[in-house]
Design a protein around this ligand. Structure first.
Ligand SMILES: Nc1nc2c(ncn2[C@@H]2O[C@H](COP(=O)(O)OP(=O)(O)OP(=O)(O)O)[C@@H](O)[C@H]2O)c(=O)[nH]1
Ligand SMILES: [Mg+2]
Length: 434
């Protein structure tokens, strides 16, 4: 039996504990003032231990298999706040309920067939999403759209496998003439299908970077000051000494219904201080992953922009001239601001959010895929590619081998069933056909 706090620990009106495992209804009933005789319904109960009132909470009992994990479960909606949380955690320990490992509830739910591995993995993507587009893509996977798409491709793969295995078997019997053309055509269509699936995938490590905004510029122009100003809090260190910022520092800004991730970074220059060069290299390595770059400069903008020239892509950059309080000469194509006085900041905010509102997400991308999933799809595609050009009957065993390998990758992708089980299924079909 395991328990976990399902909400973040901290000061809040409510907190939710989940308990899962056979016997949990009986154990939790021991600490309630009254019994709970109905499942899936909310009951207000006093939680009492050793005659002492611990909390007044609402409690729900779920009966296996109709629960998140598929086991008997209890959810306790208690009051938030550290004191109550600590009391309840101590109490659960007292009742010999073990604290769950990270992700253990979801792991049990996958093992009990309540959701596929892909759906479970996407829950995390959903939680991490910062834009509507990311959220919709994650939700598509959670709702089983990805699994359905992959299952359709997987069914076709299995069908071709059954056919290929049957040819191998017929071939043992003399005088059977079979053409491989149809198999080759179907394999090619399947390969294209998996290629499309890969194109529809949005790499999960890019979540939150969809609306990423990098502050790029030489040292001391006021990038960190501007970062703080846009964020509305003093998160980054500001100093008159050039080379202050080294690590990349992130902050989320909500503007006009758009959330974006603003990233402050080291000022670009050649430096003999190794930590500073490391910071500069980070910026140069990551610059391409940002859809928008704020090129920050000050009164010395002419030389500064010349130095940055090779790094700026006009399509995705916005030049910002800071320190307008010192020199407010307006230049064409530049946004004039002062991080010190706040002048021009509302206009800059409007320009940034306008950039994201106008840049539509790629219509091709439907699912969030993680590196594991993308690698496995690559594995399937490679196995199918290896079948190309194998037109002769002598190659049939080689095709069968490649298809088996494609299936293994697909099984790992779906995390549903082992290859042995699948082979059993294939051969049961095969027998009927024969
Ligand atoms: N007058 C004036 N000074 C500013 C303005 N913005 C920043 N400064 C000053 O410029 C100096 C450098 O500011 P930072 O924000 O640390 O500059 P930075 O670009 O982050 O510098 P590095 O981290 O070293 O790359 C500080 O002394 C700031 O107070 C501004 O709008 N007007
Ligand atoms: Mg800085």
């Amino acid at each position: 039996m395991i328990f976990a706090l399902a909400t973040p620990a901290g000061k809040a009106a409510l907190a939710v504990f989940r308990i899962s495992g056979s016997g949990c209804h009986e154990v939790i009933s021991k600490i309630l003032d009254k019994n709970i005789a109905e499942f899936n319904r909310v009951f207000l109960r006093k939680i009492i231990h050793d005659g002492v009132l611990v909390d007044v909470s609402t409690v729900v009992f779920y009966k296996s298999p109709k629960s998140y994990t598929g086991e008997d479960m209890v959810e306790v909606f208690c009051h938030g706040g550290f004191a109550t949380l600590k009391k309840l955690i101590d109490l659960f320990h007292n009742l010999n309920i073990r604290e769950a490992e990270p992700g253990e509830f979801t792991k049990i739910s996958v093992l009990n067939g309540k959701q596929t591995l892909n759906e479970a993995e996407s829950l995390l993507d959903l939680i991490n999403s910062t834009t509507d587009a990311e959220m919709n893509m994650a939700l598509g996977v959670v709702a089983g759209e990805l699994s359905n798409t992959v299952s359709v491709l997987g069914d076709e793969l299995d069908d071709i496998r059954v056919f290929v295995e049957s040819i191998i078997d017929f071939d043992d019997e003399d005088g059977v003439d079979v053409s491989l053309e149809e198999v080759i055509e179907r394999l090619e269509a399947l390969r294209l299908g998996f290629g499309d699936l890969k194109k529809q995938g949005f790499r999960s490590s890019n979540i939150g970077k969809t609306n990423g905004v990098l502050m790029l510029g030489p040292p001391n122009v006021g990038k960190s000051s501007l970062f703080n100003c846009l964020l509305g809090q003093n998160k980054a260190i500001v100093s008159p000494n050039p080379g202050t910022t080294r690590d990349m520092l992130e902050g989320q800004v909500l503007m006009h219904k758009t959330t974006f991730n603003l990233v402050d970074a080291a000022g670009i220059r050649d430096s003999s201080v190794s930590e500073e060069s490391m910071g500069v290299n980070k910026v140069l390595n990551d610059i391409d992953s940002f859809p928008l770059v704020l090129v920050v400069c000050d009164q010395e903008y002419k030389t500064q922009l010349k130095d940055l020239r090779g790094m700026i892509d006009n399509k995705k950059s916005l030049v910002v001239k800071n320190k307008s309080d010192l020199c407010n000469k307006q230049e064409d194509g530049m946004c004039l601001v002062s991080a010190k006085t706040g002048d021009g900041i509302p206009e800059l905010k409007k320009m940034i959010s306008g950039f994201f509102v106008n840049s539509e997400p790629s219509v091709d991308q439907r699912f969030i895929l993680n590196d594991r999933q993308l690698e496995l799809i690559d594995g399937v595609i490679k196995s199918l590619e290896a079948c190309q050009g194998l037109h002769y009957l002598e190659s049939i065993e080689l095709i069968a081998e490649n298809l088996k390998s494609a299936r293994n990758h697909l099984n790992d992708f779906l995390g549903e069933r082992s290859s042995d089980e699948l082979l059993g299924e294939i051969f049961s079909k095969f027998c009927i056909g024969k």
